[in-house]
Design a protein around this ligand. Structure first.
Ligand code: FAD
Length: 335
């Protein structure tokens, strides 16, 4: 028995999302008293990279990057590679990121293994009694949180949103093993002959720094119009923060979609999240509630956002935000 985590990589380098997944995997594995294995597909992170994966919670790293004749960027090949690691490690649970990679590879593997897959989970846990994986995700338009179990088929498979869990502290005293796995001679299936990579085109429309920002300032419909949203952008600039927006603000055209935080937008987990004129709908909370510290500014003292906020300012944002900006500017000038 084991828990398997699919590493996330970008252009040959291990992406930090992998460490979030390993922290989740470790939590589940500790409850099952079983090891955590990590599958790295289509790149070789080398000794340093594999050690880092172990320091972040893995007991063993399986690197599948051979033979060179296979292009592991193709979903068919990458999914066969994951399937091979599943055959070698017989995991109870397989966890991947809800990114393009995870969302493409995991369904292919789940279908071939005739098992279940819950996409886009916000919560994973272990049922104390049955020791089954509890896979929680928003359902019915985000109005309820559904917890799904896979009682009989194995492995239990789930993808989780990046930034919905915190990585573990790096522990350089951890030890583990690294195994190289080759797909030489492995049956790649009928899709091997029909897929070909034509080009890789980078999606630059999503290049907004909000997901990696340490501080995020988000504006909601309370800002009233595009000019009001500029106050949010000004506060973010004064704090060196990323700019977020609710779906209503994006729908109204005051901010572009890459800024949207929530169920149908991005998930963020910054050190500080400032919500300005945001009501705190469940679909918005799904994208920001793992933030370390949440500050809410709202004129309605009963707004939902105050239920998750660590600090709340009940007041008119058109008084509070300009005052905050002025104080921050004065503080900077005084230095
Ligand atoms: P409102 O709910 O209208 O809140 C505005 C707030 O501003 C109020 O609390 C009000 O008290 C306050 N306010 C007004 N004036 C002032 C003032 N002068 N000073 C201070 N406060 C003031 N929403 C998302 O954000 N992200 C998503 O990804 C998302 N996905 C969704 C997916 C689905 C399937 C569905 C059905 C909905 C989704 N939504 C999402 C929409 C969500 O349900 C809410 O409608 C939305 O989050 C509300 O946005 P808001 O807080 O900006 O607006």
């Amino acid at each position: 028995m084991s828990v398997l985590v699919l590493a996330e990589q970008r252009e040959g380098a291990i992406h930090p999302t992998t460490y979030e997944l390993l922290a989740r995997g470790r939590m589940l594995a500790d409850k099952l008293e079983t090891p955590v294995n990590c599958a790295v597909i289509g790149c070789d992170p080398g000794e340093g990279g594999c050690s880092e994966i172990i320091y972040r919670g893995a007991d063993a790293v399986y690197v599948v990057n051979e033979p060179a004749s296979i292009d592991f960027r193709l979903p068919g090949a990458a999914s066969r590679a994951l399937q091979r690691v599943i055959e070698l490690t017989a995991p109870e649970i397989v966890v991947a990121a809800a990114t393009t990679t995870g969302r493409t590879i995991m369904p292919l593997v789940a279908a071939r293994l005739r098992t279940g897959l819950t996409a886009d989970c916000t919560g994973l846990d272990i049922d104390d009694k049955e020791k089954l994986l509890l896979q929680t995700r928003p359902a019915i338009g985000g109005n309820i949180m559904a917890t799904i179990k896979t009682p009989s088929a194995r492995p239990q498979m789930a993808t989780v949103r990046p930034k919905s869990w915190r990585p573990l502290e790096r522990d350089a005293s951890r030890r583990g093993v690294v195994r190289k796995v080759s797909l030489q001679g492995y049956e790649l299936g009928p899709e091997a002959g029909c897929e070909r990579l034509i080009d890789v085109v980078k999606d630059t429309t999503q290049e907004v720094s909000v997901q990696d920002a340490e501080i995020v300032v988000t504006g909601g419909k309370g800002v009233k119009n595009r000019d009001g949203f500029k106050l949010v952008e000004e506060l973010a600039a004064a704090l060196g923060a990323g700019v977020g927006a609710t779906r209503d603000v994006v729908d109204l055209g005051w901010a572009s979609y890459p800024h949207q935080i929530g169920l149908s937008g991005k998930t963020v987990s910054p050190r500080l999240y400032i919500a300005v004129g945001v009501s705190g709908a469940v679909q918005h909370l799904a994208g920001m509630q793992t933030s370390e510290t949440i500050v809410a500014i709202n004129k309605d003292k009963d707004a939902q956002i105050f239920k998750v906020a660590d600090f709340g300012i009940v007041g008119d944002l058109f008084d509070v935000v300009p005052d905050l900006i002025a104080r921050l500017k004065a503080e900077k000038a005084g230095r």
